[in-house]
Design a protein around this ligand. Structure first.
Ligand SMILES: O=C(O)COP(=O)(O)O
Ligand SMILES: [Mg+2]
Length: 232
């Protein structure tokens, strides 16, 4: 057992970039939404750096990027409001495209199932706290065979606040009546580590996911593992 689990009574996992490599399907949906609006596609590598604050912010980043491309000045700061209604239309288009097949090209990272099995064998309650819209959680967990592991799942729109706000993590701790100091947050991005610290959780990072192109170690998690299998 990894030393970070000492005294831990509840583990909360991030989803995108931690348990599942979901950017291939998100990028397909982003590009389909942009194309529908007559805008240029952006591709998987860029989408990878924009994931982390939920689908609305993802589409806002994509729109601001394409606006810069259209103006022919990729170095220009993303200034000013977007045209009226554009973000709402782009977001609705993204949700519709993503809903068609959110798990088609999405895969579990190595070590995830061993980790979840090992924690379940120890009778640790497991929760999922993602910034992804809640509607996509069940279809993805079903597709990937993860549906039975989590006693509570929260999406980015489940509560009034999302990560890096501590509210979703505090909600999970309260739901299971576990003190935050006996909870562990596992994630791939600075938003997970910031939320975990603000909630008083212990924090564990994985370095292989999405963190806006920055090393997640910069957020000073309590520990880092290359594979979640190391936890158990
Ligand atoms: O969808 C996102 O923006 C991020 O999702 P995550 O919180 O599961 O990493
Ligand atoms: Mg993540």
């Amino acid at each position: 057992m990894h030393p970070i689990l000492e005294g831990i009574e509840l583990v909360a996992f991030d989803l995108d970039g931690t348990l599942i490599d979901s950017v291939p399907d998100m990028a397909i949906a982003v590009d389909a939404a942009l194309t529908e609006l007559g805008l240029p596609a952006v591709g998987r590598a860029r989408v990878r750096d924009w994931v982390g604050n939920g689908s609305l912010v993802l589409m806002e980043r994509a729109l601001r990027f394409t606006a810069q491309v259209n103006e022919g000045d990729p170095g220009a700061p993303p200034a000013g409001p977007l045209p009226d209604g554009l973000l709402e239309r782009a977001h609705a288009a993204f949700l519709a495209h993503y809903a068609r097949a959110p798990g088609a090209h999405t895969r579990l990272y190595p070590g995830v199932r061993e980790c979840l099995d090992g924690l379940r064998d120890r009778d640790l309650p497991l929760a999922l706290v993602t910034n992804k819209p809640e509607a996509f959680i069940s279809p993805l967990l079903d597709d990937l065979g993860l549906a039975d592991y989590f006693s509570l799942c929260l999406g980015g729109d489940s509560l009034a606040e999302k990560k890096p706000h501590p509210a979703p993590l505090l909600h999970v701790a309260a739901h299971f009546a576990v003190s935050p100091s006996a909870c562990l947050m596992v994630g791939d991005s600075r938003h997970d580590i910031a939320a975990g610290k603000a909630a008083g959780f212990r924090t564990l990072a994985v370095p292989y996911g999405y963190n806006h192109g920055e090393p997640v170690r910069d957020s000073d998690p309590d520990s880092v593992v290359e594979s979640l299998a190391e936890l158990v």
